[in-house]
Design a protein around this ligand. Structure first.
Ligand SMILES: Cc1cc2nc3c(=O)[nH]c(=O)nc-3n(C[C@H](O)[C@H](O)[C@H](O)COP(=O)(O)OP(=O)(O)OC[C@H]3O[C@@H](n4cnc5c(N)ncnc54)[C@H](O)[C@@H]3O)c2cc1C
Length: 459
């Protein structure tokens, strides 16, 4: 005789009794549908399979063949943004605020990319010094994000607003705020969805295919923003790019850094062991690192590097803990997203470079400005052409994969500039969708007007 799971649990003595004891949930808690008290799912239902069986790949003449198949259309939007790092987050919010119906597709379960999941917590490249003041070049959505974090408390962001040149954030606060801003803008968020292909007619992108636990599904879109950091979508669409290696880092957090007994440390001040930089939460320190040079797209290389980093960080923290006065510290966590600094750089309509940045290259289609991270000396203009793929249509790039020479990537990839190129790509994509034209046909003056309305700094 078939018995229900609940009956089975009751027989085993772990059903209602356990619920009643508070082992899983208090009896008075409302568990279903109340996120504050989400604990033990008391009611388990059968659900129908969501997809039909599809033909599997097979081997013919030693080659693995994937048969053609129809894919379900999961959603139809004006703008699909792939990748939810600083660039994709800003692009999705900006596109929605410009009136577009937007879907944001992210392979992990939270927003922020390397900024939060990669635990790179300090926002650089935001400002330039003007007299005694700092001028914020990454105004707009980036500024709003920093301001709203500061309103969440001084344990959410450091130094704000006085030091908004280089604030450090608590990643959990950052993720929650990004979720809030995405929801407020009316963006539909698809987590756990990996963008794996494009829908294309000639060189025109018509949407993206993503892979999830439910299989492959299509999102039809008038315009797509590639904010994957690695230019995955431009690559899948057959667009040109330049690929580089860079140092593969792995950031981590040390806990109890406020419980160092400075009286007994070797220097009597607790300063001899570098645990990393301070965070808004005083008990935590985050440690940035360079790591070995590598190909950030190579799965074997990424896997080996991650294993190496994890072990050496573990060993270092154990050694640090042995130091007099440091007995309370511990490895709080390592980042969930390995630190890939740069891989594919877009082959765009315009390529920005170090020389141009140093010589204040000006563009008629400037849509963003980067500040400086070293002494706030000099910013540089970022043209719309550096977001536009040279060949592919209905696609814009944002963030660390835009069209730049390798000699400028270490400035372009900073979090501040990634926010603003995302902001600009979002506005460009929304206007293209609204006017029924390719992004390259949107007049830059129109993009600049909307960006200014949305608080962006354009010189
Ligand atoms: C170790 C390290 C230290 C750094 N230090 C600093 C620093 O101190 N200050 C600073 O300002 N910057 C720093 N940076 C740079 C900065 O963190 C990144 O360049 C910036 O976060 C890039 O933003 P992005 O949105 O372009 O890309 P990412 O942050 O990489 O975000 C891309 C997002 O897209 C998602 N994604 C990727 N591919 C797909 C796909 N196919 N489908 C769906 N989703 C996808 C990813 O999961 C991720 O969420 C550092 C970077 C590293 C690696």
């Amino acid at each position: 005789m078939a018995i229900s799971r609940r009956d089975w649990m009751m027989k085993m003595g772990i059903g209602g009794a356990a619920l009643g004891t508070g082992m899983f949930a208090r009896a008075d808690m409302v568990t279903d549908g109340d996120p504050e008290y989400a604990s033990f799912a008391r009611n388990l239902f059968k659900i129908d399979p969501t997809m039909q069986d599809v033909p599997s790949a097979f081997i013919r003449d030693g080659k693995v063949i994937q048969p053609a198949r129809e894919l379900p259309v999961f959603s139809e939007v004006d703008v699909a943004v792939v990748g939810g790092g600083p660039a994709g987050f800003a692009a999705a919010v900006a596109a929605a605020r410009t009136g577009a119906k937007v879907a944001l597709i992210e392979r992990y379960g939270s927003l922020g990319g390397l900024f939060t999941n990669g635990m790179v917590l300090i926002i650089l490249g935001t400002c330039v010094r003007e007299g005694n003041d700092l001028k914020l070049y990454t105004a707009g959505i980036c500024e709003e994000f920093m301001r709203r974090l500061s309103e969440m408390g001084d344990d959410a962001i450091t130094k704000y607003p006085k030091g908004y040149g280089q604030p450090t954030i608590d990643p959990e606060a950052g993720k929650v705020l990004m979720d809030d801003m995405i929801a407020e803008a009316g963006v539909e968020m698809f987590f756990h969805s990996w963008g794996v292909d494009v829908i294309q007619d000639g060189n025109k992108v018509q949407g993206v295919i993503f892979e999830s636990k439910q299989g492959r599904q299509a999102v039809l879109a008038k315009c797509v923003v590639d904010a994957t950091g690695d230019g995955d979508i431009n690559f899948l669409a057959g667009g040109t790019y330049q690929q580089i290696t860079h140092a593969l880092g792995f950031v981590y957090q040390v806990g109890n850094s406020d419980r160092i007994n400075s009286h007994v440390t070797p220097d009597g001040k607790g300063a001899k062991v570098s645990l990393g930089a301070g965070e808004p939460i005083r008990a935590l320190r985050w440690k940035n690192n360079l790591g070995p040079r590598g190909n950030g797209l190579d799965v074997r290389e990424l896997s080996k590097t991650e294993v190496m980093h994890r072990k050496s960080i573990w060993n270092k923290t154990r050694r640090d803990k042995e130091m007099p006065g440091f007995g309370n510290i511990y490895l709080s966590q390592t980042c969930s997203q390995i630190g890939v600094r740069a891989t594919r750089l877009l082959g765009g309509v315009t390529r920005i470079d170090k020389k141009g940045a140093a010589e204040d290259a000006a563009f008629a289609d400037t849509v963003a400005y980067s500040g400086d991270d070293r002494g706030y000396k000099k910013g540089f203009a970022i043209p719309y052409g550096s977001l536009l793929p040279a060949q592919v249509d209905n696609l814009l790039c944002a963030g660390r994969c835009i069209s730049c020479a390798p000699d400028l990537i270490d400035r372009v990839r900073l979090i501040g500039p990634c926010f603003v190129t995302g902001h600009a790509a979002g506005v460009g994509a929304a206007l293209a969708a609204k006017n029924g034209v390719a992004p390259r046909a949107v007049p830059p003056a129109e993009i600049q007007r909307v960006l200014r309305e949305q608080g962006a700094y354009l010189g």
